[in-house]
Design a protein. Structure first.
Length: 529
């Protein structure tokens, strides 16, 4: 089937893509949403937001491109709404399965290699356009997927190695190149769905595909960054044991030599710069995210904040747990490393010394990272927390909120967590690490008038003792819990409703598409952030 598959309409059948000619016969959507590693196969989080977006804009038609690492059994977790006219899957790691015998002139190799190096080292919409033009020239002789294992690719790798990392391990450079550039080539080779506007919810490869759509179609491109994708990838790369360190820099911070981790991080920054440069509008969930966007070249004139919103009526009947109920805290979220569930478990161990009857729920999907789930369960056993820490899996949180005294978020990175808004709508106090917009939601924005008061407590990351102290204070003081819960509830109603968010996105789409549907993207017009 190649690197992509298509699910048409609301059907459960999957059929292979037939290329650009077949694509032109498919219905054109108002908006093509480009996502990576989530909807409709991963529940909660960004996927829940995407499902909300479709349902909040019933008069608009959508198509979806989901980027996924590799082919495998995928079970949809969401029923596509009637206004979603198609779902395409693009597999990044399946690229280049078929070898080809192809040689090219040295000048072609050098031009392609130089364009890739310039793009990876500096990044911009113009340099990305140069890469796509060089790849177009190569593609004229054979499909890129076939050429990826050809002598041409080998020659390009050698040329890039000599320019970027001649002091490091060629073997490690080779495999890093295959991983990074395979995904890039896959996004270049993909047959774009027809749409009046392209909307990506991250930078990375999804952002590259959106930037390419703007370059090739002249249609406007929108980015909604929930969290700063480059920051999240940087954390993963720094923690990863699968990335080899091949250059011994010792303690010399001035050593400018390039290593594999540098290559990975620089590549994702380059992808972000290209995406920012190609977007007509760059939205994020809160003001502080814009600093990172501006740092990577986003034009301040194109930046906009649209906060997430929730249906507050869904939580209207929740009554917070009372003082006579079993003392309960809960982490509501996926069991994955970025949520730092291990710190939450350690917090429970420390807190149980002061609150022997403590119940510590983990309410969220367990299937995204089975290895990490196993490590968390092992930690529970090691600390003797059986009967205290309970993994409930994916649940309807409304069914649990009336039994919870304090909701806890121990994440290493977040954007604007919906769980904070949901707890607030239910009148529950919150303890959160100082990530994303957690402090802003819990303590209020500087321009909040009249001020509503604190809705919870904020701690440092990876600070189980600090989190345990904060939860202990709230468990012991019902008056404080009630005050915090009511303040957070009032703030959610004032700033974070679904109706407010839906109106903002509806206006954004209308402004960019207009009545004619012929708005021009800055990338097509030759502009660059």
């Amino acid at each position: 089937m190649g690197i992509a598959e298509t699910i048409r309409g609301r059907s459960s059948g999957i059929r292979s893509r037939r290329g650009v000619d077949a694509r032109s016969r498919l219905p054109q959507a108002d908006v093509c949403l480009i996502v990576e590693g989530c909807y409709p196969f991963v529940p909660g989080g960004v996927s829940a937001w995407i499902d909300w977006l479709f349902r909040s804009e019933p008069d608009a038609t959508f198509s979806v491109v989901t980027l996924w690492p590799k082919r495998g059994p995928l079970q949809p977790r969401y029923q596509l709404p009637a206004n979603v006219v198609g779902l395409d899957l693009l597999y990044l790691q399946d690229f280049g399965a078929a070898p080809a015998r192809h040689r090219s002139a040295g000048t072609q190799v050098q031009r392609l290699g130089d364009a890739l190096v310039d793009f990876l080292e500096q990044g911009s919409i113009e340099r990305f356009h140069s890469v796509t033009e060089q790849l177009k020239a190569v593609r004229s002789t054979a499909p890129l997927e076939r050429l990826f294992n050809s002598p041409l690719a080998w020659e390009v790798i050698r040329h890039m190695y000599e320019r970027m990392m001649p002091h490091g391990s060629f073997l490690h450079f080779f495999w890093a190149w295959r991983a990074l550039l395979g995904g890039l080539f896959a996004t270049v080779e993909f047959a774009l769905p027809r749409a009046s506007l392209y909307h990506t919810i991250s930078t990375g490869y999804a952002g590259l595909l959106a930037a390419r759509a703007g370059l090739e179609t002249g249609r406007p491109v929108v980015l909604t960054e929930h969290g700063i994708y480059t920051n999240e990838r940087r954390i993963e790369i720094l923690m990863a044991d699968w990335v080899a360190d091949t250059v011994d820099k010792g303690h010399n911070l001035a050593d400018a030599r390039f290593d594999i981790r540098d290559m990975w991080m620089r590549a994702f920054e380059a992808y972000a710069r290209a995406c920012y440069g190609g977007c007509a509008r760059i939205t994020t969930l809160y003001d502080d995210n814009q600093r990172a966007q501006r740092f990577l070249g986003a034009d301040p004139a194109r930046l906009q904040v649209i906060a997430n919103g929730i249906d507050v009526s869904r939580f209207a009947e929740v009554t917070p747990a009372g003082q006579g109920d079993r003392p309960t805290m809960a982490l509501i979220g996926r069991v994955v490393p970025i949520k730092d569930v291990k710190t939450y478990i350690t917090t429970a161990s420390l807190l149980r010394e002061r609150v022997p009857e403590l119940r510590a729920w983990v309410l969220g999907p367990l299937d995204e990272d089975p290895g990490y789930v196993g490590e968390c369960r092992a930690l529970v056993d090691e600390l003797g927390l059986a009967g205290c820490v309970e993994f409930a899996g994916a649940v309807n949180v409304v069914d649990y909120l009336s039994q919870i005294h304090v909701v806890v978020l121990s994440s290493l990175s977040e954007s604007q967590p919906l769980v904070v808004l949901e707890a607030g709508a239910a009148g529950l106090p919150f303890v959160a690490t100082n990530v994303g917009s957690c402090r802003e939601i819990l303590e209020g924005r500087p321009d909040e008038h009249p001020p509503l008061g604190a809705g919870g407590l904020v701690t440092n990351v990876v600070a189980p003792a600090e989190i345990a102290d904060a939860v202990a204070v709230l468990l012991a003081d019902a008056t404080m819990r009630a005050r915090f819960g009511q303040s957070l509830k009032a703030r959610v109603k004032r700033y974070y409703t679904s109706e407010q968010a839906a109106a903002a996105y509806g206006k954004l789409y209308r402004d960019l598409i207009g009545n004619s549907g012929r708005a021009q993207s800055p990338s097509a017009a030759g502009g660059e952030a």
